[in-house]
Design a protein around this ligand. Structure first.
Ligand code: ATP
Length: 319
């Protein structure tokens, strides 16, 4: 997929707000659906040029947070502001592009007609051909929208989200259904957008994408912000490390399960794999038992394991 930048089109880059100030501000925001607290006292700020991943298990409140941010639903309490104004004002001014999971695409039109409409409705549109090209949908531009595959539909949503010069791009699980090539092209384009000072906020279940792309990661659980930092900081916050080793002879699981610091334990044949909050103490204790571990490996957690450790720790704390 070829990508074309705003600068190449000769049109202005991000308008106000890029480079300084606050793009998104949530101050103690709460949103409930009946008994369910979807967003629970959320306070956060996003800044120009940041690429931010929103992570959380199913039902954590990611989509609800994005809905509040876009003014699609009102908060029960607290304040949501974009560029110092209300979400509705910011959206109407064309400062926000969004690619959401909900909401069908208009069906009885071709891809080109739909994108042309998207551009016409944007106060600061890119040329239609540029939008088609950026999203990699030139080849299917003449196809009816209701004949598209899931991955092609996602690309069209992406095209609509980038139809004009937005300062903030909101993406809810944007690469779901995209093949590997489309995914890589998509993130390359998003990197370009961020490099031009735009803020990109994306919710995802693909933790490897968050690790590779986001310069900041927000972890939500039960509507609350559990962690906020770089992927490295989130991994460090989870605290645990992975330890693996082989043991010869008879293995007493009971004794091993009582090692200090363990957060998980798995025995597969002669191989022990565990996670520990204090890997040094765990390994010392193994030697203190008179055991001689072979092929000893100690490693930090990946973002996915850190995410699981953080959310499980919160669940354990809550119960
Ligand atoms: N319109 C609604 N009516 C009632 N409950 C809702 C509504 N929308 C969301 N919820 C509930 O609010 C909570 C948060 O949902 P939300 O869709 O924001 O989570 P999510 O993190 O986006 O989940 P997922 O990863 O599964 O998409 C869930 O318990 C959900 O069932």
């Amino acid at each position: 997929m070829t990508t074309t930048t705003a600068t190449q089109s000769g049109a202005p880059g991000p308008a106000r707000g890029a480079g300084s100030g606050t793009v998104v501000s949530f101050q103690n925001v709460t949103k409930s659906y009946g008994q369910v607290k979807a967003v629970d006292g959320l306070t956060l700020e996003l800044h120009p040029g940041e690429t931010v991943a929103l992570l959380g298990p199913n039902g954590a409140g990611k989509s609800s947070t994005l809905d509040l941010l876009l003014g699609l639903r009102p908060a029960d309490s607290g304040t949501v502001s974009l560029f110092g104004t209300t979400p509705r004002e910011a959206v109407t001014a064309g400062r926000v592009g969004a690619m959401l999971q909900s909401g069908g695409l208009m069906e009885e039109v071709t891809v080109r007609e739909l994108i042309t409409l998207g551009c016409a409705l944007h106060p600061r549109p890119y040329p239609v051909e540029e939008v088609l090209s950026r999203a990699g949908v030139e080849e299917i531009a003449g196809r009816m929208v209701n004949k598209l595959s899931g991955g092609q539909e996602q690309r069209v949503r992406f095209a609509l989200a980038t139809a004009g010069h937005n300062d903030l791009i909101i993406l809810d699980e944007p690469t779901t259904g995209m093949d590997v090539t489309a995914r890589q092209a998509f993130w390359a384009t998003m990197r370009e957008q961020a490099a031009q000072g735009r803020t990109v906020l994306f919710a995802t279940h693909y933790l490897e994408e968050a690790d590779a792309i986001a310069d900041r990661v927000l972890v939500l659980n039960k509507g609350r912000l559990l962690a906020d930092g770089t992927a490295a900081e989130i991994k460090a916050k989870a605290g645990a490390r992975k330890v693996a080793f082989d043991l010869d002879g008879e293995i007493d699981q009971q004794v091993l399960r009582a090692l200090p610091g363990l957060t998980s334990f798995e025995l597969n044949g002669t191989t022990v794999r565990l996670q520990s909050r204090d890997a040094d103490a765990t390994v010392h204790a193994v030697y203190a038992l008179g055991l001689y571990p072979r092929n000893l490996e100690v490693a930090g957690l990946g973002l996915e394991q850190a995410f699981i450790a953080l959310t499980e720790a919160e669940e354990a704390h809550a119960s």
